[in-house]
Design a binder for this molecule. Structure first.
Ligand code: ADP
Ligand code: ASP
Ligand code: MG
Length: 480
C-alpha cells in the first residue's frame, strides 16, 4: 500500500482462523512485524480463536436446559485450547504463568455465568453477551502476549472500555461520537507511545459498562468502527482466503479473488451473503472514506481485494472490464406472501405488513411486489417464518375475515442468489441474458429484485436449485 503523508495509521483485524492455532498466530506475528516497518501506527483487532464463539453459544444453550456435563467439558476445552497455545507462543515462564492465570480467571467466569443461566433456566440477551464475549477476551490476551513475546510492543485492550454501544444486546449499535472520545484518550495515546494496541473485536459496552456484542461475525464491524474513529488511513481485514472471491470458494472451487471492488459492490456482496466481510463493516469506513483491504493471513504476498471509492481511477478501470463481478447465496430462507384482491390501492398495507414483521425482531432481506396480483412477497430466515406468519395473521385478522386479504403464506425453503457488479446498472440486456441462462439450466425463479444501489440483481430460487444457480451465474463472472 502506498502512503504519502505521515504519520500513517493502519487497523489490522485478524479473524478466527487467523488466530486459530500456534502456526496461525506465528504468521500473524510475521505480518504485524512486517507491516509495522511500513506503517507508523498499527492497531490490531482480534476475533476469538476459531470455534470458540460457537462453543460459547452452544454452552449458553445447554446451560438453559441444565446440561452441567456439557458446561464442565466446555470449560476444560476452553482452558486446554488457550493453555496449549500459550505454552507454545509465550517464551518467558513468568509471562506464561501470568497469562494462564488470566485464562483460568476467564474460564471461571464462564462457568459461573453458565451456572447462573442453568439455575434460572433462561438466558437473557445480556447474559448471552456476557458468555459469548469471553472468546475475544481469551484471544486478545493470548495474541497480545504472543506479540510481546516476539519482541513487539503490544498491549491488550478490552473494547468494553472503548466501543460505546446501545443496549440492544446481541446486535448492539455503536455510538461513534462517544467511541471516538475513548479512541482518542486511550488508543491514540498508546499509539503515540509507539505501542501496538490489541483490541477485542466483536464486543463493546453500554454507557453503564455492561458488555454487549455487535452480532456474529462482528469483528469486522469493530475494525471499521476503530478505523473510522481514529481515523485510520486504511483498514485491513486478514482472513483465511485471498480477499473477496467471485463466489464462496466452498461452493465454487474455481472462484478467484477480485482485485478491486467499490463500496457499493462490497456492501451488496456482504449484505447478500459473502461472509468474508460483515455487512455493517462497510458504512463506517465509507463515511470516513477509508479504503479497506481484505487479505489472506496465510498468503500475505497475495494482494487480496481492495475496496475503494468508485470515483477512484483504478476503480473505474476495473469496473469497465466486468459486468458481473461475483455471485452470492443466502440459503435457508422462506418467501412470505401476503395476497388478496382487496389490497389493491389500499394505503398502508405494506407499512402494516413490515410493522408486523419487525415486531418479531426479524429483518427482511428482499422484497418484491406484484401489483397485478395484488401481493407483496419478502424473504425471511427459515427459523423466523412461523412467528412472522403468526404476527401477520394477527395484524390482518380483520382483512382476512373480510376476505380483503385472501392468503398469508410461506413458501418451501428457498435461497436468495445475487449477482453483483457495477456494470449491471448500465449494461442493456444483461438481466435478460441472466434469466435466460437460469432458464436454460432449468432453474425456476420465484421472485426477482434489484438492489436499491443498482449494482445487484437477486433471485429467489428453490433450495434444491441454489447450487446450480450459483454455478450457472458464475459462468458470467468467469466469462468477463
Ligand atoms: P474470519 O474468521 O477471518 O472473519 P469468516 O469465516 O468470517 O472469516 O469469512 C471468511 C470465509 O468467508 C471464507 O473462508 C469463505 O469460506 C467465506 N466466503 C463466503 N463467500 C465468500 C466470498 N465471496 N469471497 C470470499 N470468501 C467467502
Ligand atoms: N468471534 C465472533 C464470531 O465468531 C466475531 C467474529 O469472529 O467476527 O461471530
Ligand atoms: Mg468473519
Amino acid at each position: 500500500m502506498s502512503k504519502n503523508t505521515s504519520p500513517t495509521t493502519l487497523v489490522m483485524k485478524f479473524g478466527g482462523t487467523s488466530v486459530g492455532s500456534r502456526n496461525a498466530i506465528e504468521q500473524v506475528i510475521k505480518n504485524v512485524r512486517k507491516t509495522r516497518q511500513e506503517w507508523e501506527r498499527v492497531v490490531v483487532v482480534t476475533s476469538a480463536v476459531a470455534g470458540v464463539t460457537n462453543l460459547l453459544v452452544e454452552s449458553a444453550e445447554r446451560a438453559i436446559v441444565g446440561d452441567e456435563v456439557f458446561i464442565s467439558q466446555a470449560e476444560k476445552e476452553l482452558l486446554a485450547k488457550h493453555f496449549e497455545m500459550a505454552e507454545k507462543l509465550i517464551h518467558s515462564i513468568a509471562q506464561q504463568a501470568q497469562l494462564k492465570q488470566e485464562i483460568k480467571y476467564l474460564s471461571k467466569e464462564f462457568s459461573s455465568i453458565c451456572r447462573a443461566i442453568s439455575i434460572l433456566g433462561e438466558a437473557t440477551p445480556r447474559a448471552l453477551d456476557a458468555v459469548v464475549s469471553l472468546g475475544e477476551r481469551f484471544s486478545v490476551r493470548l495474541l497480545a502476549g504472543a506479540l510481546q513475546s516476539a519482541g513487539l510492543p503490544a498491549q491488550y485492550v478490552e473494547a468494553t472500555n472503548i466501543v460505546v454501544t446501545d443496549d440492544d444486546f446481541q446486535s448492539a449499535l455503536p455510538n461513534l461520537e462517544k467511541t471516538a472520545k475513548n479512541v482518542q484518550n486511550t488508543l491514540m495515546r498508546m499509539l503515540m507511545q509507539r505501542q501496538i494496541p490489541v483490541l477485542t473485536g466483536f464486543i463493546g459496552a453500554t454507557e453503564e459498562g455492561i458488555t454487549t456484542t455487535l452480532g456474529r461475525g462482528g469483528g469486522d464491524y469493530s475494525a471499521a468502527i476503530i478505523g473510522a474513529t481514529l481515523p485510520a488511513d486504511e483498514v485491513w481485514i486478514w482472513t483465511d482466503v485471498s480477499g473477496v472471491m467471485t463466489a464462496d470458494p466452498r461452493l465454487v472451487p474455481e472462484a478467484r479473488s477480485i482485485p478491486e471492488l467499490n463500496y457499493r459492490e462490497m456492501a451488496e456482496l456482504s449484505y447478500f451473503g459473502a461472509k468474508v466481510l460483515h455487512p455493517k463493516a462497510v458504512r463506517p469506513v465509507v463515511e470516513a472514506k477509508i479504503p479497506i483491504r481484505i487479505c489472506n493471513t496465510f498468503k500475505p504476498e497475495e494482494k487480496g481485494t481492495r475496496v475503494i471509492n468508485e470515483n477512484d481511477k483504478a476503480g473505474k478501470k476495473a469496473d469497465a472490464r466486468q459486468i458481473v463481478k461475483a455471485v452470492t447465496a443466502i440459503p435457508r430462507q422462506r418467501l412470505i406472501t401476503v395476497e388478496g384482491r382487496g389490497m389493491l390501492g389500499v394505503p398502508g398495507v405494506a407499512a402494516r405488513t413490515f410493522g408486523a414483521v419487525a415486531s418479531t425482531g426479524t429483518s427482511v432481506q428482499l422484497i418484491t411486489q406484484a401489483s397485478s396480483e395484488q401481493s407483496i412477497s419478502f424473504s425471511v430466515p427459515d427459523e423466523a417464518s412461523e412467528s412472522v406468519i403468526a404476527s401477520l395473521y394477527e395484524a390482518f385478522s380483520e382483512e382476512l375475515s373480510q376476505r380483503d386479504i385472501d392468503r398469508v403464506w410461506a413458501s418451501e425453503e428457498v435461497a436468495i442468489i445475487t449477482t453483483v457488479g457495477r456494470g449491471l446498472q448500465d449494461t442493456p440486456g444483461v438481466a435478460g441474458t441472466i434469466f435466460s441462462a437460469l432458464g436454460a439450466a432449468n432453474v425456476n425463479i420465484y421472485a426477482i429484485a434489484q438492489g436499491s444501489s443498482k449494482v445487484s440483481i437477486s433471485f429467489i430460487v428453490s433450495a434444491e436449485d441454489a447450487e446450480k444457480a450459483v454455478h450457472t451465474l458464475h459462468h458470467f463472472v468467469a466469462a468477463s
